[in-house]
Design a protein around this ligand. Structure first.
Ligand SMILES: Cc1cc2nc3c(=O)[nH]c(=O)nc-3n(C[C@H](O)[C@H](O)[C@H](O)COP(=O)(O)OP(=O)(O)OC[C@H]3O[C@@H](n4cnc5c(N)ncnc54)[C@H](O)[C@@H]3O)c2cc1C
Length: 438
């Protein structure tokens, strides 16, 4: 059976490798030609390529099951397996720049037998008489039995085949800047970013590979006071003023190796498969990765939700006597059950975060979002296992439900999640103005 995959980002690439290893003939198409002979890689259209990343435990689990050689190659390339204690099972997150991760994946893809990589633009997924004919690449039809669309969060490919999705604006955006440790200094091994919610913003340090780290300031996107953060002098002054960032931007220990990189307004989106009122309009066409679920990047969940989808899709496609319409329905049901809850959870937690950084109060009588539940770890006995499992994405956010009422009770008795220390938004505003006008 021939599967054609649109998009050789992380999820398309790992889908291709996983399916080829299950005996599929795989063709994968991407408009991006990949790294050039001088090793440069512009990665046009994938703005997150230079933003900080964390690869949660699910990524390790998927690679350990499906492609342990790719995990080994990541480690050989300098990515760091970062263990975390405290959970029942050891957590192994991957500490790496996105660029390092994608370069290793691209090399693995090119070297994978039974996978053909085609460079070209996919114009359409062609379905007629409720049958997949193939994908149109630069005007030429490439026949396929199965088409997997892994074209990312911004793509409209196949929109006509499926219902409109849900989109929620997080109300935040961020600026990041990459630094390298000076000789004799090392970036710590840490499975998750070291993050502090300040009064008016979130500040985080992402340890990456090769003694590189990225600092990130997440802020309300409609607050113009933060706009000048995109200039190097302002970013550096602000980083030096925030206690959570100051040690990592100290010029005696770390040097900036890139300009501050602003990102767009962050969003969450969820889009369904080609199913209308229970009827499959495009048997054999599957949407995966960010084409299904794109969550607020600051949660670092995108690649994890993507690999969870791949594992299920490969299982479905590996069934005996495969019925392609039934397979779409199965995958749709899985996404509704296992992906949509992450969208809903992000909508709630993002609203909670925005309220917190804009000085709003938590209403103990309203629904209690997961970020507030997890922040109450020390207040509510017996929550550790569920909280760690949620953070590792071993369980769905509903695993926190048994604790929400206890957290409500804590809120009613006066407990509140603590903000970290640091300058207020108004103090930063003054600092930014004075630096920008200097
Ligand atoms: C700023 C930012 C930071 C993030 N940080 C994290 C993080 O720390 N951890 C994490 O797990 N996730 C993170 N994410 C989410 C993560 O980047 C995505 O979940 C991931 O990129 C999804 O992979 P994908 O393969 O589905 O799509 P993409 O990575 O977007 O890849 C899509 C591919 O499809 C190709 N393509 C698109 N259209 C066509 C076409 N018509 N023809 C041919 N090729 C096409 C593109 O060239 C691209 O190669 C972040 C996202 C952003 C925006």
């Amino acid at each position: 059976m021939k599967a054609t995959i649109v998009g050789a980002g992380p999820i398309g690439t790992l889908s291709a490798i996983a399916l080829a290893r299950k005996g599929f003939e795989v063709e994968i198409v991407d408009r991006d030609p990949g790294p050039q002979s001088d090793e440069s890689w512009r990665r046009r259209g994938v703005m997150q390529f230079h933003h900080p990343h964390v690869f949660r435990k699910r990524v390790h689990g998927f690679l350990a099951d499906t492609a342990p050689d790719v995990w080994d190659s990541l480690i050989a390339a300098g990515c760091i397996a970062a263990p975390m204690s405290g959970a029942d099972e050891p957590t192994v997150a991957l500490q790496s720049r996105r660029e390092t991760f994608e370069r290793v994946l691209r090399t693995a893809l090119v070297g994978e037998p039974d996978v053909t990589l085609l460079i070209g633009h996919v114009d359409d997924v062609v379905v007629s008489d409720a049958r997949l004919r193939g994908v149109m690449v630069d005007g030429e039809l490439r026949p396929a039995d199965v088409a997997i669309v892994a074209a990312g969060r911004g793509s409209h490919l196949g929109d006509a085949l499926r219902p409109a999705g849900e989109l929620s604006h997080c109300g935040t955006s961020y600026v990041s800047r990459m630094y390298r440790a000076l000789p004799g200094v090392h970036v710590p091994v840490s499975p998750f970013p070291l993050a502090t919610r300040g009064p008016g913003y979130l500040a985080a340090m992402f340890p990456q590979d090769d003694d590189i780290l990225t600092l990130l300031i997440l802020r309300p996107c409609d607050d113009d006071a933060y706009v000048p953060l995109r200039t190097a002098a302002v970013f550096d002054r602000v980083a030096a003023a925030i206690p959570a960032l100051a040690p990592w931007s100290d010029p005696t220990r770390f040097e900036p190796i890139a300009a501050p990189l602003p990102g767009p307004e962050l969003t969450n989106s969820y889009r369904r498969q080609a199913v209308w009122d229970g009827v499959v309009s495009a048997p054999g066409v599957f949407f995966v990765g960010d084409s299904v679920l794109a969550t607020n990047p600051s949660g670092g969940r995108g690649i994890s939700t993507g690999v969870v989808q791949i594992a299920e899709l490969v299982r479905i496609l590996g069934q005996q006597d495969l019925d392609l319409a039934a397979a779409v329905l199965q995958f749709e049901a899985f996404c509704e059950r296992a992906m949509k809850p992450w969208f809903d959870d992000h909508v709630d937690t993002d609203a909670s975060f925005l309220r917190a950084v804009t000085g709003g109060e938590i209403d103990p009588d309203a629904s209690i979002s997961s970020d507030v539940v997890v922040a109450a770890l020390d207040e509510v006995p017996g929550m550790d296992a569920a909280a760690f499992a949620y953070l590792n994405m071993d369980v769905l956010p509903t695993a926190l439900d048994p604790f929400r009422e206890d957290v409500r009770a804590a809120l009613r008795s006066g407990w509140r999640p603590r903000a970290g220390s640091g300058p207020t938004r108004d103090e930063l505003d003054r600092l930014i103005r004075s630096t920008a006008s200097a």
